[in-house]
Design a protein around this ligand. Structure first.
Ligand code: NAD
Length: 475
């Protein structure tokens, strides 16, 4: 038994089996999470379809009022949610509070975000109106890096556009999502928001289920491809927010001291486990050594440790698999001729702590540069020619974000235009907001989240085309 239950049709439900959720800072048990089985999935899909009948017809003002009730509960439980998030995910407590705060900010923005119908023609003969209809039941499949925020984004877009939803958190970080489900039992009518925790297999059952009409997925590109294949049975609609390998290009006119801190956190916020983190840093040769040294010295001030401890600015990576992947990438740096500026050496200790690692002098085809590292290890690469570095930045199957750093804003914007990415920033990175669409180019995804464009992804277009009897007889 556990304090955590599934949320199915407005009720808390126990599972037949449970799995362990491990605190990545201590490698000890946080809690047992319910492992939803097939029967529970079937009951949830049936409940979500039944709830859709009236929820899909409900007024937008009514849906907003349920979201506002959820906001109240998130606000009231902010501190306990943040503590739980730090324990299951590893991030420092202040960052966990910021994640819950971001959920509130997204709720606030989305109650004011509307999809409007459009009159395409209005004449005595013909009235043609474009309307947005909800799709039905949405499966929301969520990763482990920002488990609460990503779940809330999907929930808001799905339910405010009239769908019902089944949220499946990552098996590494299911607890805050299960709490979210608990709040939704109070805030929404039964069956509108359901939460099922379980393994990857549960995700597969959901993406191939005929009673589910859309998948909104955030996770790795490989899993995204599998989901696309398995969702084809009933032509589910898809939004895929996938991996990235974002480049930042720093021109030689920047003030090194002024950009160091911003560049550091663009790469290392959440211990580098951000889809749109800066993952390849290209620096002009004139300032290369100076910026490398400035980053090393800034890294020296950062305290890594258990996120619940005072003063800790960076936690562990979230799970052993990811930790081992980083160790392997670190070994590849040695084999491929990279120069460790700091870090690189992992000491045996409790918790999945990988040291802040900065690497110089690698080639673009080395593993650390060409693969998504998703952790606190960053390659710093030298360039001399702007056209050449844009080509190098674009030479990847990924296309999530990218950035240009310069005091020449006109040139910055012009170069940003040449980046093949869903978002291209100047003098900032990963600036994601509810009022700006976010999505990936190339193999970083399909579709966008946020704004009315995000809402539109959870609807289908219906055209109502009314001809007057006179116009019909004239035909
Ligand atoms: P993952 O792909 O391993 O898992 C994500 C979710 O998919 C989990 O809930 C998992 O249980 C589920 N899943 C796994 N296999 C499945 C399958 N075959 N069918 C259905 N569901 C399945 O990703 P992760 O390791 O949890 O997250 C890290 C990755 O996510 C990184 O690549 C990161 O860049 C990406 N990410 C992208 C964004 C974005 O917005 N683009 C945001 C956050 C993370």
């Amino acid at each position: 038994m556990s304090d955590f239950q599934l949320t199915i049709n407005g009720k808390g439900v126990d599972a037949e089996r449970y799995f362990e959720v491990i605190n990545p800072a201590t490698e000890t048990l946080v809690a047992q999470a319910p492992d939803a089985g097939r029967t529970q999935l079937e009951a949830t899909v049936a409940a979500a379809n039944a709830a859709f009948v009236s929820w899909g017809q409900s007024a937008r003002s009514e849906r907003n009022s349920h979201v506002q009730q959820l906001m109240g509960l998130l606000q009231k439980n902010l501190e306990s949610l943040a503590q739980l998030l730090t324990q299951e995910q590893g991030k420092p407590l202040q960052d966990a509070r910021d994640e819950v705060g971001a959920c509130l900010m997204w709720c606030e923005a989305f109650v004011h975000t509307r999809l409007t119908n459009k009159i395409l023609q209005d004449t005595p003969e013909n009235r043609i109106e474009l309307q947005h209809r909800p799709l039905g039941v949405v499966a929301a499949i969520v990763p482990w890096n920002a488990p609460l925020m990503v779940a809330v984004w999907k929930l808001l877009q799905a339910v405010l556009s009239g769908n019902t939803i089944i949220i499946k958190p990552s098996p590494y970080t299911p607890l805050t999502a299960l709490k979210l489900g608990e709040f939704c039992r109070q805030a929404f009518p039964p069956g509108v928001v359901n939460v099922l925790s379980g393994g990857n297999e549960l995700g597969q059952w959901m993406t191939s289920h005929e009673g589910i009409h859309k998948v909104s997925f955030t996770g790795s590109t490989n899993t995204g491809k599998q989901i696309m294949a398995s969702a084809s049975g009933n032509l589910k609609r898809l939004t895929l927010e996938l991996g990235g390998n974002d480049a930042a290009i720093v021109l030689n006119d920047v003030d090194v001291a002024a950009v160091t801190e911003k560049l550091f956190w663009s790469a290392f916020y959440n211990a580098g486990q951000i889809c749109a983190a800066l993952k390849r840093l290209y620096v002009h040769e004139d300032i290369y050594e100076a910026l490398c040294q400035a980053l090393v010295s800034y890294a020296g001030y950062i305290k890594q440790g258990n996120g619940l401890e005072e003063g800790v600015a960076m936690g562990p990576v979230q799970n052993r698999m990811q930790f081992e992947k980083l160790c392997e990438l670190s070994r590849s740096v040695q084999e491929e001729g990279g120069r460790f500026l700091c870090g690189g050496v992992v000491t045996a200790q409790q918790g999945y702590f990988f040291p802040i690692t900065l690497v110089a002098d690698l080639a673009d085809d080395s593993r650390l540069v060409s693969e998504e590292q998703f952790g606190p290890i960053l390659p710093i690469l030298k360039f001399s020619d702007v056209d050449e570095v844009i080509e190098r930045a674009n030479n990847t199957p990924y296309g999530l974000g990218g950035s240009i750093w310069t005091n020449n804003l006109e040139l910055g914007a012009e170069l940003a235009n040449r980046l093949e990415s869903g978002s291209a920033w100047v003098n900032q990175h990963a600036a994601v907001r509810p009022d700006v669409p976010f999505g990936g180019a190339k193999q970083s995804g399909i579709g966008v989240e946020n704004t009315e464009l995000g809402l539109a992804e959870f609807t289908r277009v219906q055209v109502i085309n009314v001809a007057s009897p006179a116009a019909v007889s004239a035909n």
